[in-house]
Ligand binder design. Sequence first.
Ligand code: SF4
Ligand code: SF4
Length: 479
Amino acid sequence: MDSFRDTIPTVDTQGRRVWMYPRKPPTGKRAAKNAPNFFAWRTYLSWFLLAVLVFGPFIKIGGRPLLMMNILERKFSIFGIMFWPQDFPIFALAMITGFVMLVLFTAVYGRIFCGWVCPQTVLMEMVFRKIEYAIEGDAGEQKALNARPWDQEKITKKAIKHSIFFLISFIISNLLLGYIIGGDALIDLITSSPTQHAGGFFALLLFTLLFYGIFARFREQACTFICPYGRFQSVLLDENSLVVAYDNKRGEERARLVKGQTWEERLGIGKGDCVDCNLCVTVCPTGIDIRNGTQMECVNCCNCIDACNSVMERIKRPAGLIRHASINNIEKGEKFSITPRIKTYSILLGILMTALIALLVTRDHVNMDLLRVRGSWYQTQPDGRITNMFEGTFFNKTGTDLEGTLVLLYPEGDLTYTDQTLQLAAEEATRTIVVVSLKPESITGRETSMDIGLEVKGRIVDHVKTTFMAPETAVQRRR
Ligand code: SF4
Ligand code: SF4
């Protein structure tokens, strides 16, 4: 009975790819009037998400990018807040919080992320698929086009489609690069000749080919085989999770409509509301039959809901034969309830979010790192003083240039560095060599505890505890 779980619709028994030709989901006049049209809602949401994707690298908040993940320079901006490698604990906590949020969302609302906001689905279904429909027509016309010989019309349509696919893939690669290097740097790159940055241009072409391959050929296979989230959902979902579900109680026994038969007669002989039109299967981008139950391949796109609702309206039956429902709702008629599992995830999420907000609010805006210069332990000066050399790195995460001063907080001694003030450029890391000089009486052993502070605007904003190395002779001299 569960044999459909042994195979996937996109691969035949010989292991060959079965190309999917999903039909256009019903919209406009073809859509049901008495039920929401999820495809239209997804379209509106996709406009917003695509606008964010396109304009994201160029939108600035307080002069800083809305979103920038500059791995090369190790600078990150999220909603205009700059993060540095020193903020790794915040980043790690944000990742864990995001993961718990995704788990909670999946436990309650199923795989809603995939169908509504995942960039793969949004770009595939709302951009590439729509271009394909516009050039090659609906599923039937596409099949016919692929089956016919390579005549003038087929060559022209395929050439236009693939050229547009390649161009869009190139634009996506550029935009993703914009999220890495920032919008301004991207504009500089675009407006200069590719010969000035041949390596970067080559990398862009490689990513273009990757995206083109995914959207022109690989398609739904990315969700089925590559994305781990689809596999996770089987452990995240339970009988109370809202999923796209077929109401088998109402739909079975499925059977074609018989001319002249009334609904009373049909229901009287044990037939259900499903008229076995197969429309829900033909609109599914992953090719599954949702009437078999929740399956790993389902990306929650709701096309089958829209399709079935349009059928129900035509045959004058209530909408919702396929709908968002939990297994318990369909099998036992139970309403949605907050289960102990949801409560646990929610409490955990609440704790994580509180910790994250606390970390963000108390985050240092100016930091320092101090590392001993490699290979240098100590130097003995002619006057008997001992010196140690460090490399200091100072991070100004604010949007304003600052002036800092290094202060030796403990023990008593002298501290010199390149200039007497540190010019800390806005959103930059400044480096300088710091030399600490101690008299023998300040040295307590081969390793003396030391505390160096960074003073900005008369306030110690950060300090580093480290050790001062001294030779045995200096220690003995002190004794
Ligand atoms: S669209 Fe609705 S009526 Fe048609 S086969 Fe699917 S579930 Fe049955
Ligand atoms: S089963 Fe329905 S919701 Fe799931 S992928 Fe197919 S059409 Fe979309």
